[in-house]
Each structure stands twice: as C-alpha cells, then as structure tokens.
Write a protein that binds this ligand. Structure first.
Ligand SMILES: Nc1ncnc2c1ncn2[C@@H]1O[C@H](COP(=O)(O)OP(=O)(O)OP(=O)(O)O)[C@@H](O)[C@H]1O
Ligand SMILES: [Mg+2]
Length: 264
C-alpha cells in the first residue's frame, strides 16, 4: 500500500546547522496496517510524515502509494487520498464555519461537485449518523461554529473529516498529545474504532509508549533520522513498556525523550 525506498532528507545542507533528518528510510506498509511510530525528540518522525504527505520533498528516494509513484506529486494532490491530523486541535477545521459546513467541505474532497451547491439534506443525515458514532453529542449541535468546541471534540471532528471520504492513508502526528489524559484516551478509542471499521492504512506518531504497543499491529522506532526497529508479530504481542524502553536503550545511540518516559 505505502512503500518508501531509500528516502533521504537533509536540512540546511552545507551549513553549521546541517541536519540529516531522514537517512536511508525504507518502509513497507501493507494494506490495512496500523503502524505506530515512536522515537525521541528530533528523531525525524514528523519529517517522515511531511515527506509522505508532500509537505517536504525528499532529496532522494521514491514513494509509492497504492502502486502509484507519488514522489513528485504536489501536497494538495496527495491530500485527496491522504488524511492527516496534527497535535494542534486548531489545525484542520475552519473555526467560523459550523460543524455541518466543515463536514460538508470534507465530504466534497475528491468529488467534482462544486462547493457552492451547499450541503444536501441527504448529506446532513450522513453527517448526523457519523457524529452520533463519536458519542460526544455533536449530532445535536451541527449548526454550532467549530471554534466553540473543546480540543477533544475538535480532534474527534477533524478525525471524522479526514475519514468521511475514505482515505488511502491516514497520518496521525501526536494527535492526542495536546489533550488532557482522559480526553486523549477517548480520542484514541474513537481513532481505533474508525481505523478498524474502515480498515484504514494508518501511521500514528505517539509519545505514549503504552498506546504505541496497545494500538495497531506494527510499531516502528526511529532514532536520529534512521529507522531503528520494526516490532511486529509475536515480538509485539509480548511487548511491554519496560521491554521496549530497554530495547531502545540497547539499540539507539541517544536516549528516549523525557516526554515519552514521563507518560508512564
Ligand atoms: N523545515 C525544517 N527546517 C530545518 N530543520 C528541520 C525542519 N523540519 C525538521 N527539521 C529538523 O529535522 C529534525 C527532525 O525533526 P522532526 O520534527 O521530524 O522530529 P520529530 O521526531 O517529529 O520530533 P518531536 O518528537 O519533537 O516531534 C530535527 O532536528 C528538526 O529540527
Ligand atoms: Mg514531531
């Protein structure tokens, strides 16, 4: 489904601030895989997502999505089939537009239909059903501007928007990190439900090690721009937070960041 071949990206080349953010990254993600991504600060996790989404162009290497070479496709072209969420709940929704209007925009993604036609009655009932599944009571507030929602409600809505037209790939960059622990857990459960129900191929960066083991079917560990470990199958089934931290310190040259360790 997603294939990365020898991806390299260096920032500020030939300056004192040169930074090899991604080095020789090869990655194969199968259809329906839910991959969790962990690593220390500056390991290159967000850069990896930026390269996949087309926000950054890699210096070398190739990217294939669903058998198609997307290496040189522009970000907005890739956005038709790649859904993305960030840490900041303010990104991804238009605050002055209502819940219904935001969903309408997301629903028209990839379709030829003009936005000016507005939201059809049939669509509104689809939105209401999907909002109900979030179990946040948003289905009764569809005319409310999104700016009035809490961070957690907004992330849940953004998730719905990113998946209402089934994407080929879903990229989640610490999308629960700015939420309080209880809300983060709720958004995580909603995420898992949506991913499973739609069998979405997903990459999720998290600094929560137990989430990284609990959710998904594969974990990749990054350090200093490199893909350090891939954990799957039986090894993953028997993985614990302690074992993973030990594995990291035995393999990596740097330390796991405090924010990951303090989670536990
Ligand atoms: N646009 C950019 N220009 C220059 N340097 C960059 C840019 N984007 C990322 N970097 C650098 O590349 C390295 C990898 O950054 P990246 O954001 O991918 O790390 P990360 O693993 O997501 O870390 P964190 O856990 O802190 O989010 C860092 O040293 C960062 O400073
Ligand atoms: Mg990051």
């Amino acid at each position: 489904m997603l294939k990365l071949e020898n991806i390299n990206i260096t920032f500020n080349k030939n300056t004192a601030n040169e930074r090899k953010a991604l080095q020789h990254i090869d990655l194969d993600v199968a259809d329906g895989d839910f991959v969790t991504v962990i690593g220390s600060n500056g390991a290159g996790k967000s850069t990896l997502m930026n390269v996949i989404s087309g926000s950054y162009e890699a210096d070398t290497g190739k990217i294939f999505l669903d058998g198609k070479n997307i290496t040189h496709l522009k970000e907005h072209q890739r956005a038709r089939t790649i859904g993305r969420l960030f840490q900041d709940p303010l990104r991804g929704t238009a605050p002055n537009m209502t819940i219904e209007e935001n969903l309408g925009l997301a629903y028209s993604r990839g379709k030829r239909r003009s936005l000016t036609i507005g939201i059809r009655k049939k669509d509104v009932s689809v939105f209401r059903e999907r909002l109900k599944e979030l179990d946040l009571g948003l289905e009764d507030r569809m005319k409310m501007p999104v700016g009035l929602l809490s961070g957690g409600q907004r992330q849940a809505l953004t998730l719905l928007m990113a998946t209402i037209v089934t994407p080929k790939l879903l990229l989640l960059d610490e999308h629960t990190a700015a939420l309080d622990p209880k809300t983060a857990e709720k958004v995580m459960r909603i995420t898992d439900k949506i991913v499973k129900e739609n069998a979405l191929t997903t990459l999720m960066i998290t600094h929560n090690i137990s989430n990284a083991i609990e959710y998904g079917n594969k974990t990749i560990v990054m350090s200093q721009g490199k893909l350090l470990l891939t954990i799957e199958g039986e090894q993953r089934a028997n993985m614990t937070v302690e074992k993973l931290m030990k594995l990291y310190s035995d393999t990596a040259e740097d330390e796991l960041s405090d924010k990951m360790i303090l989670q536990e």
